[in-house]
Design a protein around this ligand. Structure first.
Ligand code: PMP
Length: 387
């Protein structure tokens, strides 16, 4: 291998300050704890702990046997695009399959949308805290992130504040409700006010709605069908299919065409048999039942963990959707998270990668068994008593 390629400083500037060190460091510390004989409880995972339902696997096997092993059209198979359009039509949102593009996971839709709409050197508004990938997309597009802190507004966006920071050089606004890492939800009325901003200004909203089926009380709204909005969604979370790589974007046909320019050379198409399997379970109406039974479990875990965290004295928002808590620690959360892994074998995620103002916060994923959550809560309690 060419030695120079291995050397530091050979990367393009757009990736130079993107780092994988936080995750690596956490796993190194966890590995050391394991070596010391501590059994590690991992509350840092961003995917359902459930396996994909056997009914979906059956349909995928059949699809493979039926020849769904080739490229599909770039936009995705018609049956799946129709099922997705149908899903929104049932919510009285007038879209057709022409407004739907299937991608290799929601991540691919997010980066396609970013590359298609974030102008180099422009500003991109991102509520903080937010899914850390958005900040990376902005770097890859050589633009500038502007954090909108939402800590004092129950982690949802204040429309007046958004209007204030919306200058002419803003190309894109990212939003994500139900939110990773806070579990906050914005309903239809609250979202509509944000959509009006996109309609009245030359700005694109990328609305990441990947957790829209995982909610407990307040019903999440959707920005599908609004002008200047790209909705990103997928089946990784709602059907526990992270490894299958099926996501999608919903937008005006003109916006879809712009994203297709990236998608045709990026994801190209999502796995054919996986597209067909999802289309089949949606057509049969099985998908909703699968999601509902997971949500019932998540709710139990949320209620259990919320009570424990409150009893321990943490200031924490009660999640209305997704499967995360974002509590506030009394000091720097990196130190807390690192000592908790090395001393007690509990892996959490520190808050700082989720944007500005999150240095004291940490994320707990409750996409793990109640038994693991009980163990983790006991150990956190012990840790707090000892320090
Ligand atoms: N958006 C959010 C908010 C997420 O939490 C995740 C997964 N962690 C994704 C997108 C990516 O989803 P996918 O696996 O479908 O690419």
């Amino acid at each position: 291998m060419n030695k120079k390629l291995r050397g530091e400083g050979m990367e393009a500037s757009r990736v130079s300050d993107i780092s994988t060190s936080v995750i690596r460091r956490m796993f190194e510390i966890a590995e050391n704890a394991r070596k010391k004989g501590i059994d590690v409880v991992n509350l840092s995972i961003g995917e359902p702990d459930f396996n994909t339902d056997p009914l979906i696997i059956e349909r995928a096997k059949k699809a493979m046997e039926d020849g769904y092993t080739h490229y599909t059209s770039n936009l995705g198979i018609e049956e799946l695009r129709n099922e997705i359009a149908e899903r929104y039509l049932k919510m009285n949102i007038e879209i057709s399959s022409n407004n739907v593009m299937i991608t290799a996971g929601a991540s691919e839709a997010l980066i396609n949308a970013s590359l298609a709409f974030i102008e180099r050197g422009s500003k991109v508004l991102i509520p903080s805290p937010s899914f850390l990938a958005y900040f990376m997309y902005v770097k890859l597009c050589e633009a500038k992130s502007v954090n909108i802190k939402v800590h004092d507004n129950n982690f949802i966006i204040d429309v007046d504040l958004l209007n204030e920071v919306l200058t002419k050089d803003v190309s894109v606004i990212f939003i994500n409700y139900p939110n990773n890492p806070t579990g906050a939800v914005m309903d239809q009325k609250e979202l509509r006010a944000i959509a009006e901003i996109a309609e009245d200004n030359d700005v694109i909203i990328i609305s990441d709605e990947i957790y829209d089926m995982i909610y407990y009380d307040k019903k999440p709204g959707t920005l599908a069908g609004y002008e200047n909005v790209v909705v990103v969604n997928g089946f990784s979370k709602s059907l526990a299919m992270t490894g299958w790589r099926i996501g999608y974007a919903v937008a005006d046909e003109e916006l879809i065409e712009k994203m297709l320019r990236i998608h045709q050379v990026n994801g190209v198409c999502a796995p054919a048999f996986a597209q067909k399997a999802v289309a089949d379970v949606m057509a049969e109406g099985i998908d909703r039942e699968i999601t509902k039974s997971m949500v019932r479990e998540f709710r139990k875990r949320r209620d259990f963990t919320y009570k424990k965290l409150k009893d321990m004295g943490f200031k924490v928002f009660k999640p209305e959707g997704a499967f995360y808590f974002f509590p506030e620690y009394r000091g720097d959360s990196v130190e807390f998270v690192e000592s908790l892994v090395s001393g007690k074998g509990v892996i959490l995620t520190p808050g700082f990668p989720f944007g500005e103002g999150n240095e004291r916060y940490f994320r707990i994923s409750y996409a793990t068994s109640l038994q693991n959550l009980k163990k983790a809560m006991e150990r956190i309690e012990e840790f707090l008593e000892e320090t």
